[in-house]
Design a protein. Structure first.
Ligand code: GDP
Length: 297
């Protein structure tokens, strides 16, 4: 209800695509996300102590950038969508070449379809003796995935997440898909975004990872998320370096919240603390009213 009307097309600027990794259990989603986190060509040697921050970006040598949501599976995908946060531009569907299309592969296809999000297929585990890429493609086709090399427009990239084969090609395919979609955002005006991760930090208090969808976040901004609010005291990028601004689709960790927001909450920038309090109080009252109504039932 608080969201601004869509921006004028002339205000839109290209941004990195936001990707969710889905697929059947054990087909390699977690391994792929781990491998991609290390593909980052500008990643400093933070490797050993990487903390889960909910999203990270991969920067390619071509200069292109892709943002990955760091929570595999459709639970995260649908919980965000339920709250009206359509953060995902592209689904990477991981299918193990030695196992083929399974139940959760089909479910993932269904979810992506319902959300109207295009799929890029990662045919994983090609290093395994039992891997059969052609058979996997046939199975995908049988499940309605129109693959590019079979006359359709869905890209499939053979990879090994474990041996780190084909990862650059996979990310470049995502970039290509994003260009076709013309993913863009309005970098001006009050910030709108989504909470993708939240945790308590000994030094900084409540830390939350946000995905900015609109506007550019700056230190000192007042944010509201659900019934939580706060003034942004500091921001970190996915390498945990301090940054001054965060633009659309780049993951950013912020601190300064007075209470803990929830994952999936929409984030809105308001002009003052007074306004932040008003919004939060209104929402709390509304929640109390709903609870009273439920109790009367
Ligand atoms: P998830 O359940 O989809 O997240 O799957 P995981 O990433 O946990 O992987 C399941 C198992 O498959 C693990 O033992 C991985 O080491 C293994 N695995 C994942 N990717 C590959 C791959 O490319 N090649 C091989 N040989 N094994 C893989």
């Amino acid at each position: 209800a608080y969201r601004r009307p869509p921006p004028d097309p002339s205000c839109l600027v290209k941004r990195p695509p936001v990707v969710t990794v889905m697929g059947h259990v054990d087909h390699g989603k977690t391994t792929l996300l781990d491998a991609l986190r290390h593909t980052n060509v500008v990643a400093s040697e933070f490797g050993g102590i990487t903390q889960h921050i909910g999203a990270f970006s991969v920067k390619l040598s071509s200069g292109n950038q892709v943002t990955f949501l760091d929570t595999p599976g459709h639970a995260a995908f649908s919980s965000m969508r339920e709250r009206g946060a359509n953060v995902t531009d592209i689904v990477v569907l991981v299918v193990a070449a030695d196992d083929g299309v399974m139940d959760q592969t089909k479910e993932s296809i269904k979810y992506a379809r319902q959300a109207n999000v295009p799929i890029v297929v990662a045919i994983n585990k090609i290093d395994r003796p039992g891997a059969d890429v052609e058979m996997t493609k046939d199975a995908l086709l049988a499940n309605g995935i129109q693959l590019e090399d079979r006359g359709g427009d869905t890209i499939a990239v053979p990879i090994s997440a474990l041996k780190r084969i084909g990862l650059e090609a996979l990310v470049e395919s995502i970039v290509l898909q994003a260009e076709l979609l013309e993913v863009s955002a309005d970098p001006k005006g009050p910030v709108e975004g989504v909470v993708v991760e939240c945790q308590a930090d000994l030094n900084r208090g409540i830390l939350s990872t946000l995905l900015i969808q609109r506007g550019t976040l700056k230190k000192g901004a007042w944010l509201v998320a659900g019934t939580a609010y706060g003034k942004i005291k500091g921001m970190l990028n996915d390498q945990r370096s301090s940054i001054e601004t965060a633009s659309p689709a780049t993951p950013v960790e912020v601190f300064g919240w007075k209470d803990m927001p929830s994952v999936g909450d929409l984030v809105l920038e308001v002009e003052s603390e007074k306004r932040a309090r008003e919004v939060v109080e209104y929402r709390q009252k509304k929640l109390e009213l709903e609870k009273m109504k439920d109790d009367l039932k």
